[in-house]
Design a protein around this ligand. Structure first.
Ligand code: CTP
Ligand code: MG
Length: 230
Protein backbone atom coordinates (compact mmCIF):
# COMPACT_ATOMS: atom_id res chain seq x y z
CA UNK A 1 0.00 0.00 0.00
CA UNK A 2 2.63 2.50 1.07
CA UNK A 3 5.01 1.80 -1.81
CA UNK A 4 2.22 1.90 -4.35
CA UNK A 5 1.20 5.35 -3.11
CA UNK A 6 4.59 6.70 -4.18
CA UNK A 7 5.38 6.24 -7.84
CA UNK A 8 8.94 7.44 -7.28
CA UNK A 9 9.63 4.15 -5.47
CA UNK A 10 10.34 3.21 -1.90
CA UNK A 11 10.63 6.15 0.49
CA UNK A 12 12.53 6.00 3.76
CA UNK A 13 12.32 8.73 6.39
CA UNK A 14 15.26 9.92 8.49
CA UNK A 15 13.95 11.54 11.67
CA UNK A 16 16.67 13.70 13.23
CA UNK A 17 16.20 14.04 16.97
CA UNK A 18 19.81 14.25 18.15
CA UNK A 19 19.98 17.96 19.03
CA UNK A 20 20.69 19.13 22.56
CA UNK A 21 17.83 21.57 22.86
CA UNK A 22 20.02 24.24 24.41
CA UNK A 23 17.71 27.15 23.59
CA UNK A 24 14.76 25.32 25.13
CA UNK A 25 16.94 24.81 28.21
CA UNK A 26 15.04 21.95 29.84
CA UNK A 27 18.19 20.06 30.84
CA UNK A 28 17.47 17.21 28.44
CA UNK A 29 17.42 16.82 24.65
CA UNK A 30 14.45 18.60 23.05
CA UNK A 31 13.11 15.34 21.61
CA UNK A 32 12.56 14.08 25.18
CA UNK A 33 10.93 17.18 26.58
CA UNK A 34 7.28 16.56 27.34
CA UNK A 35 4.61 17.55 24.81
CA UNK A 36 1.28 16.60 26.36
CA UNK A 37 1.73 13.22 28.04
CA UNK A 38 4.65 11.96 25.97
CA UNK A 39 8.15 13.01 24.89
CA UNK A 40 7.99 15.43 21.95
CA UNK A 41 9.58 12.79 19.69
CA UNK A 42 6.45 10.63 19.96
CA UNK A 43 4.35 12.94 17.80
CA UNK A 44 6.49 13.13 14.62
CA UNK A 45 7.44 9.46 15.00
CA UNK A 46 3.82 8.33 15.15
CA UNK A 47 2.88 10.57 12.22
CA UNK A 48 5.68 9.24 10.00
CA UNK A 49 4.78 5.69 10.99
CA UNK A 50 1.15 6.25 10.00
CA UNK A 51 1.94 7.90 6.67
CA UNK A 52 1.21 5.89 3.54
CA UNK A 53 4.07 7.72 1.80
CA UNK A 54 6.67 6.31 4.17
CA UNK A 55 7.96 2.73 4.05
CA UNK A 56 10.53 2.80 6.86
CA UNK A 57 11.93 5.19 9.46
CA UNK A 58 15.50 5.65 10.68
CA UNK A 59 15.60 7.35 14.05
CA UNK A 60 18.62 9.50 14.92
CA UNK A 61 18.94 9.88 18.69
CA UNK A 62 21.23 11.94 20.92
CA UNK A 63 24.24 10.11 22.43
CA UNK A 64 23.06 8.03 25.44
CA UNK A 65 19.41 8.44 24.43
CA UNK A 66 19.25 5.58 21.91
CA UNK A 67 17.64 3.21 24.39
CA UNK A 68 14.89 5.61 25.55
CA UNK A 69 14.20 6.31 21.85
CA UNK A 70 13.79 2.59 21.09
CA UNK A 71 11.64 2.09 24.20
CA UNK A 72 9.42 4.98 23.13
CA UNK A 73 9.00 3.46 19.66
CA UNK A 74 8.01 0.16 21.31
CA UNK A 75 5.62 1.89 23.69
CA UNK A 76 3.94 3.64 20.75
CA UNK A 77 3.70 0.36 18.87
CA UNK A 78 5.15 1.88 15.70
CA UNK A 79 6.10 -0.68 13.07
CA UNK A 80 8.34 1.12 10.56
CA UNK A 81 11.40 1.96 12.68
CA UNK A 82 14.18 -0.11 11.13
CA UNK A 83 17.17 1.46 12.87
CA UNK A 84 18.04 3.83 15.67
CA UNK A 85 21.47 5.44 15.36
CA UNK A 86 23.47 7.96 17.35
CA UNK A 87 23.54 11.50 15.97
CA UNK A 88 26.56 13.71 15.45
CA UNK A 89 27.74 17.10 16.66
CA UNK A 90 25.82 18.98 13.94
CA UNK A 91 22.47 18.48 12.24
CA UNK A 92 24.22 17.59 8.98
CA UNK A 93 26.30 14.93 10.76
CA UNK A 94 23.14 13.50 12.28
CA UNK A 95 21.49 13.35 8.85
CA UNK A 96 24.62 11.67 7.48
CA UNK A 97 24.44 9.01 10.24
CA UNK A 98 20.76 8.38 9.49
CA UNK A 99 21.16 8.22 5.71
CA UNK A 100 24.01 5.70 6.14
CA UNK A 101 21.36 3.26 7.46
CA UNK A 102 19.17 3.55 4.35
CA UNK A 103 19.69 0.64 1.92
CA UNK A 104 21.26 1.48 -1.46
CA UNK A 105 18.21 0.47 -3.49
CA UNK A 106 15.87 2.97 -1.77
CA UNK A 107 14.88 5.64 -4.33
CA UNK A 108 13.67 8.46 -2.11
CA UNK A 109 14.75 9.79 1.30
CA UNK A 110 12.69 12.20 3.37
CA UNK A 111 14.44 14.06 6.20
CA UNK A 112 12.39 15.51 9.04
CA UNK A 113 13.23 17.46 12.21
CA UNK A 114 11.77 15.89 15.34
CA UNK A 115 11.56 19.49 16.59
CA UNK A 116 8.63 20.00 14.16
CA UNK A 117 6.10 17.64 15.77
CA UNK A 118 2.93 18.67 13.91
CA UNK A 119 3.72 16.90 10.65
CA UNK A 120 0.68 16.82 8.36
CA UNK A 121 0.44 13.96 5.88
CA UNK A 122 -0.56 16.43 3.14
CA UNK A 123 2.85 18.08 3.41
CA UNK A 124 4.60 14.71 3.11
CA UNK A 125 2.50 14.06 0.01
CA UNK A 126 3.47 17.42 -1.48
CA UNK A 127 7.25 16.97 -1.06
CA UNK A 128 7.25 13.33 -2.20
CA UNK A 129 4.96 14.14 -5.14
CA UNK A 130 7.33 16.84 -6.45
CA UNK A 131 9.89 14.17 -7.32
CA UNK A 132 7.49 12.83 -9.96
CA UNK A 133 7.87 16.19 -11.74
CA UNK A 134 11.57 15.65 -12.30
CA UNK A 135 12.94 17.59 -9.36
CA UNK A 136 15.87 16.29 -7.30
CA UNK A 137 14.19 17.38 -4.11
CA UNK A 138 11.39 19.39 -2.55
CA UNK A 139 10.98 21.56 0.52
CA UNK A 140 7.92 23.15 2.18
CA UNK A 141 8.10 26.94 2.10
CA UNK A 142 6.15 29.80 3.64
CA UNK A 143 5.99 33.37 2.31
CA UNK A 144 7.96 35.99 4.24
CA UNK A 145 5.76 38.67 5.77
CA UNK A 146 8.43 41.12 6.92
CA UNK A 147 10.91 42.94 4.72
CA UNK A 148 14.31 41.24 4.90
CA UNK A 149 17.60 43.16 4.80
CA UNK A 150 21.17 42.01 4.59
CA UNK A 151 23.17 43.78 7.31
CA UNK A 152 26.93 44.27 7.56
CA UNK A 153 28.65 46.06 10.43
CA UNK A 154 25.26 47.26 11.73
CA UNK A 155 24.46 49.00 8.42
CA UNK A 156 21.95 47.90 5.82
CA UNK A 157 23.86 46.43 2.92
CA UNK A 158 20.87 45.41 0.81
CA UNK A 159 17.10 45.06 0.91
CA UNK A 160 15.96 41.75 -0.57
CA UNK A 161 12.96 41.38 -2.89
CA UNK A 162 10.36 39.97 -0.54
CA UNK A 163 8.25 38.33 -3.23
CA UNK A 164 11.17 36.05 -4.05
CA UNK A 165 11.73 34.93 -0.45
CA UNK A 166 10.37 31.98 1.50
CA UNK A 167 11.29 30.42 4.82
CA UNK A 168 11.68 26.67 4.50
CA UNK A 169 10.72 23.83 6.79
CA UNK A 170 11.03 20.06 6.94
CA UNK A 171 10.06 17.43 5.79
CA UNK A 172 12.51 17.77 2.92
CA UNK A 173 12.44 15.02 0.33
CA UNK A 174 15.18 14.01 -2.13
CA UNK A 175 16.19 11.50 -4.73
CA UNK A 176 18.39 9.30 -2.58
CA UNK A 177 21.28 9.55 -5.06
CA UNK A 178 21.23 13.38 -4.94
CA UNK A 179 21.14 13.49 -1.13
CA UNK A 180 23.90 10.90 -0.75
CA UNK A 181 26.12 12.79 -3.18
CA UNK A 182 25.52 16.10 -1.37
CA UNK A 183 26.23 14.58 2.05
CA UNK A 184 29.32 12.83 0.69
CA UNK A 185 30.96 16.16 -0.09
CA UNK A 186 31.47 16.68 3.65
CA UNK A 187 29.77 20.08 3.53
CA UNK A 188 27.68 21.49 6.38
CA UNK A 189 24.38 23.35 6.09
CA UNK A 190 21.45 24.43 8.22
CA UNK A 191 19.19 22.26 6.04
CA UNK A 192 19.68 19.37 3.62
CA UNK A 193 18.35 21.23 0.62
CA UNK A 194 21.20 23.76 0.69
CA UNK A 195 23.69 20.89 0.33
CA UNK A 196 21.82 19.38 -2.62
CA UNK A 197 21.50 22.85 -4.20
CA UNK A 198 25.26 23.37 -3.87
CA UNK A 199 25.69 20.15 -5.86
CA UNK A 200 23.54 21.46 -8.70
CA UNK A 201 20.31 19.77 -7.60
CA UNK A 202 16.94 21.27 -8.62
CA UNK A 203 14.67 21.74 -5.63
CA UNK A 204 10.96 22.52 -5.77
CA UNK A 205 9.33 24.70 -3.12
CA UNK A 206 5.87 23.38 -2.21
CA UNK A 207 3.33 24.92 0.13
CA UNK A 208 4.46 24.72 3.75
CA UNK A 209 2.40 24.62 6.91
CA UNK A 210 2.37 27.15 9.74
CA UNK A 211 1.87 24.29 12.20
CA UNK A 212 5.20 22.79 11.18
CA UNK A 213 6.70 25.38 13.49
CA UNK A 214 10.08 24.29 14.80
CA UNK A 215 10.06 24.13 18.59
CA UNK A 216 13.00 26.27 19.68
CA UNK A 217 11.81 28.06 22.83
CA UNK A 218 9.33 27.36 25.63
CA UNK A 219 6.81 29.69 23.89
CA UNK A 220 7.03 27.52 20.74
CA UNK A 221 6.44 24.39 22.81
CA UNK A 222 3.38 25.96 24.47
CA UNK A 223 2.02 26.99 21.08
CA UNK A 224 2.44 23.51 19.60
CA UNK A 225 0.86 21.97 22.72
CA UNK A 226 -2.14 24.30 22.33
CA UNK A 227 -2.54 23.35 18.64
CA UNK A 228 -2.27 19.67 19.54
CA UNK A 229 -4.96 19.80 22.19
CA UNK A 230 -7.33 22.03 20.17
N1 CTP B 1 19.64 17.90 15.31
C1 CTP B 1 20.30 16.68 15.29
N2 CTP B 1 21.63 16.64 15.60
C2 CTP B 1 22.31 17.75 15.94
C3 CTP B 1 21.63 19.00 15.95
C4 CTP B 1 20.28 19.04 15.63
O1 CTP B 1 19.69 15.65 15.01
N3 CTP B 1 23.59 17.67 16.26
C5 CTP B 1 18.19 17.93 15.03
C6 CTP B 1 17.38 18.37 16.24
O2 CTP B 1 17.13 17.25 17.09
C7 CTP B 1 16.13 18.95 15.62
C8 CTP B 1 16.63 19.47 14.26
O3 CTP B 1 17.91 18.88 14.03
O4 CTP B 1 15.13 17.99 15.42
C9 CTP B 1 16.73 20.98 14.23
O5 CTP B 1 17.69 21.41 15.18
P1 CTP B 1 17.43 22.51 16.32
O6 CTP B 1 16.04 23.02 16.23
O7 CTP B 1 18.57 23.46 16.32
O8 CTP B 1 17.46 21.60 17.65
P2 CTP B 1 18.56 21.54 18.78
O9 CTP B 1 19.93 21.57 18.14
O10 CTP B 1 18.21 20.41 19.65
O11 CTP B 1 18.30 22.89 19.59
P3 CTP B 1 19.39 23.97 20.07
O12 CTP B 1 20.06 24.48 18.79
O13 CTP B 1 18.62 25.00 20.80
O14 CTP B 1 20.36 23.23 20.96
MG1 MG C 1 20.56 23.34 17.02
Amino acid sequence: MSTAANSAGTCWAVLVAAGRGERLGEGRPKAFVRLGDLPLLAEPLRRLDESEWIDAVVLVAPPDWEEPAILLAEELGVSKVTACVTGGATRTESVRAGVAEVPDDVAVILVHDAARPLLADEVIGRVVGALDEGFDGAVPGLPVVDTVKRVRDEAVHETLVRDELVTVQTPQCFRASALRKALGSGAEGSDCSSLVEANGGRIKVVEGDERLLKVTTRADLDRVAAWLSA
